[in-house]
Ligand binder design. Structure first.
Ligand code: CU
Length: 155
């Protein structure tokens, strides 16, 4: 396919820029030190096809990765998610403290409470979503597995 046809097609399908079916709920960011941060949220797939978060990017860090936690000899360690995070059709996937998360390494400037972190989430065939989430270091960890219970701790 030549570039001109590709350009026409891109112009005709602006919807490709939006993730169909993936909704982002309950997102917040944290930073325990001046150089790294993490983002947590619930990815909800309201569509009829499986989606997968395959990458994330942001101008606010040198490197952004998808991380999982593994227990190794009783110690929790972070590792790169090899396959991203699957979000089944009509299902959800929670990114939580001590679980799967989006990791920011080499922050361009330290994150303070209330700062807004802009990032783009890449859902592969399900498109991309650009979101802004707020840094909330005071937020308490979720219990359970990020179901419908949203706790508001006050500010
Ligand atoms: Cu991490």
């Amino acid at each position: 396919m030549n570039k001109a046809i590709m350009a026409v097609m891109a112009a005709l399908i602006p919807a490709a820029a939006t993730a169909q079916g993936v909704e982002i709920r309950d997102a917040y960011a944290r930073s325990a030190n001046p150089v790294t941060g993490a983002a947590f949220m619930v990815l909800e797939n309201t569509g009829d096809v499986d989606c997968r978060l395959v990458g994330a990017s942001s101008d606010m860090a040198e490197q952004v990765g998808l991380h999982v936690h593994h227990e190794v000899d009783g110690v929790m360690k972070m590792a790169e998610a090899e396959d991203g995070f699957a979000i089944p059709a009509q299902g959800s996937h929670a990114l939580t403290r001590g679980g799967d998360h989006i990791m920011f390494m080499g922050l361009t400037s330290p994150w303070e409470d209330g700062d807004s972190v802009a990032m783009t989430l890449d859902f592969g065939d399900c498109g991309t979503r650009r979101i802004d989430i707020v840094v909330d270091n005071a937020r308490m960890p979720e219990n359970g597995h990020g179901g419908g219970k949203v706790q508001h701790d006050g500010h």
